[in-house]
Design a protein around this ligand. Structure first.
Ligand code: URP
Ligand code: ZN
Ligand code: ZN
Ligand code: ZN
Length: 482
């Protein structure tokens, strides 16, 4: 039968290989990889350009409920449209459990806001904020069985934080049921204690957000999260790592043979504390947690990406509008950082920034780029090999890259619903020419060409990397009594 689409002369990279081929696509899947395939109903000439697996953005926040009246600026339509225009074909936002709610209703509500809205494929992580016995013992195993196989736990934020004992309750179920646990690692008491004293001294400007959560706060919580995972012989993935010291904790755990994974994000490569030091309220645009650090931290994060400490490079797109009383100015425009919703937009710029500043400068190679932006996230969250690679049988999620451009990031050319980008004015040398999701062109030459509702919900398998590893030579007698 004829292919629906043939992409000719593709210069393909996967996480491990580089080869030239035509890509034959039928019914949304890759059916053939070969030289000189027969004609398709539609044809795209990639003309020797890089053709890479579509991005899997395994950490972004879309249409997420809040507690303070602030509103996430992107819903499933605008968020996935923006993602598609930056070369991402699968996103994984969070179905958040509010305190007092069941996980079941949280998931149902999240399906209700996403059904028929997304332009590219999507899967959910769970956020467990209220691990009651019923949630942990009954709901969580059922949801993991039904394909919600990853969950995020917070060690900070008043409405979300769990104490160590609660984390253990959840980790022990994740262990038994084969789920992957993501942890936001910052020491909440240190932050609260210090913030109180800073405010008493009038240190409330946006630039002080960073001072209120120093590296030691991240390093300690990272160490503790890893230790809790080690204690229960359960994999943990530390999300949005910002600092050299937290990176070193992860590296050390990995070198001891533990199943510890790490994620980092563009803001830790491209922003520093100086970006929060702007006049008035402006610095609020770059408030996120953990906060951007300094130039040597940026270097450590680059090193962690290239040496394999980080498996996942996500956007942590957490979009709040700046000139908006439901966004960064919910507490007014007086520059008090404690009222500012945390988060930075970046779902569209994630891949072009890393391609330009990582691949084209030689900091990481093309295989590593594919690995951290697509393959490893797909594996770690149970979407591989349907997502995350170019192989026969995989979904035809592909990006044809344009790497001889010279462009400047301008917010008015982005497709999110945020009124700023922290990367305004930054220079880029690569951007997708075409994004293809399940065989359909969703972005081409600066224009969104997809459609609302095309994106399909993806049920996740139990991830292979979530399987506990044997604790080589390390006796763990306490595990036998569980
Ligand atoms: O500041 C951030 N990162 N906001 C988004 C929520 C989170 O903790 O990932
Ligand atoms: Zn977080
Ligand atoms: Zn996040
Ligand atoms: Zn240039």
């Amino acid at each position: 039968a004829t292919f629906d689409l043939v992409i000719r002369n593709a210069h393909i990279a996967t996480a491990t290989d580089i080869f030239d081929a035509d890509i034959g696509i039928r019914d949304g899947r890759i059916e053939a990889l070969a030289q000189r395939l027969p004609p398709g109903r539609e044809e795209i000439d990639a003309a020797g350009r890089w053709v890479l697996p579509g991005g899997v953005d395994a950490h972004c926040h879309l249409a997420q409920p809040t507690d303070d009246g602030s509103v996430f600026a992107d819903d499933f339509f605008t968020g996935t449209r923006s993602a598609a225009c930056g070369g991402t074909t699968t996103v994984m936002p969070f179905a958040l459990q509010k305190k007092g709610a069941t996980l079941e209703e949280s998931v149902a509500n999240y399906h209700a806001v996403s059904d028929g809205e997304a332009c590219i494929d999507y899967a959910f992580h769970l956020i467990v904020a209220d691990p009651t016995p019923d949630v942990v013992e009954r709901e969580l195993p059922q949801l993991i069985e039904r394909g919600y196989t990853s969950l995020k736990l917070y060690m900070t934020y008043d409405d979300l934080k769990l104490d160590d004992r609660q984390i253990l309750d959840v980790l022990s179920i994740a262990r038994r049921e084969g789920g992957m646990t993501m942890i936001h690692a910052e020491n909440t008491d240190c932050i609260a204690w210090l913030t109180e004293r800073m405010l008493a001294k009038g240190l409330s400007a946006p630039k002080f957000h960073g001072l209120s959560r120093p590296v030691v706060v991240e390093r300690e919580a990272t160490h503790r999260a890893i230790s809790l995972g080690e204690f229960l012989d359960t994999p943990v993935l530390i999300v949005h790592v910002s600092s050299e010291e937290a990176t070193a904790q992860i590296r050390d755990a990995q070198s001891r043979g533990l199943s510890v994974y790490g994620e980092t994000c563009p803001q830790y490569l491209f922003l520093t504390a100086a970006d929060l030091d702007q006049p008035g309220h402006e610095g609020a645009k770059c408030i996120c947690s953990p906060p951007p650090r300094d130039a040597s931290s940026q270097q450590a994060i680059w090193d962690g990406l290239s040496n394999g400490t980080f498996q996942v490079f996500s956007s942590d797109h957490a979009p709040f509008r700046y000139n908006d009383p439901k966004g960064k100015q919910i507490g007014g425009s007086d520059g008090n950082f404690t009222h500012v919703p945390n988060g930075i937009p970046g779902i569209e710029t994630r891949l072009p920034l890393l391609f330009s500043e990582g691949v084209m400068t030689g900091r990481i190679d093309i295989n590593r780029f594919v690995s951290v932006t697509s393959t490893e996230p797909a594996k770690i969250y149970g979407l591989y090999p349907r997502k995350g690679t170019i192989c026969i049988g995989a979904d035809a999620d592909l990006v044809i890259w344009n790497t001889d451009i010279d462009m400047t990031i301008r917010n008015d050319r982005l497709h999110h619903n945020v009124d700023y980008t922290p990367y305004e004015g930054r220079h880029l040398r690569a951007w997708p020419a075409i994004t293809v999701c399940r065989g359909v062109t969703v972005y081409q030459d600066g224009e969104f060409t997809g459609s609302k509702g095309f994106g399909e919900y993806q049920r996740c398998d139990r991830p292979t990397p979530a399987k506990p590893k044997p604790q080589f030579g390390r006796p763990t007698p306490w595990l036998d009594v569980l």
